[in-house]
Design a protein. Sequence first.
Length: 246
Amino acid sequence: MPFATHDGNKIHYKTYGTGAPLIIQHGLYSNAEELAYPQFVEAVGQTFQMIFIDSLGHGASDAPSDYDHYRPAHRARDIAAVLDDLGIEKAHYFGYSMGGWLGCAMAAHAPERLKSICIAGFPVDIHPPSDMSDEQFEEVWANSKRGLFFDNKRAFARLNSETEPGLKMCLRAILDHPEHKEAVAALTVPVMMLCGEDDDLFAGAQAMAGELGIHFLPVPGNHGEAINQNLGFYFPDVAEFFLKVE
């Protein structure tokens, strides 16, 4: 398995296809293997070199115990380290949910590595309680696990004493660093956003795209369905958006 290394952490990735480099970044609780659907890879890999990255704390990548490794700047440099390992200067970027948040981190901390970006299933800015206490976060984490149990039992089954601390820090980092509007607005590369029409985040994502003058694509399904079931319906439009940059 190929790994890049950043600040002592191993970041696992896998590639498919040839062509323009395209980072595909999964969401919280998922991993590169889950997102590399055979039909997706078969269709798109003919046009792009698809780079699936296991984000820190997920899949085969390391899960350090130091919270600082999960901050946006550090996570952006994890992705940049994968590009360095592949000898790629710039890539297109598609990130879903937490992957969208990581795309915003790239916008803030490594914009020079982006050719274009699609922020999917993430509204750019979120609004958690300010100065969230540890007790409040533990409640959020418990609710997140409860939702995972009902919505994604496969991901819930991966939670254990080794995997849970890293995933908790990923979620805490998202809530601690929720605002990215200025960084996304400052990008000089093409940007698009998309969100499931039945996703609780849809209204916020659509409004943000309108505020920033970003092309917005409504897609079928809720938060999970949009990426796990309906990707094939809309990804040709996303691929066309990327190819216009080439």
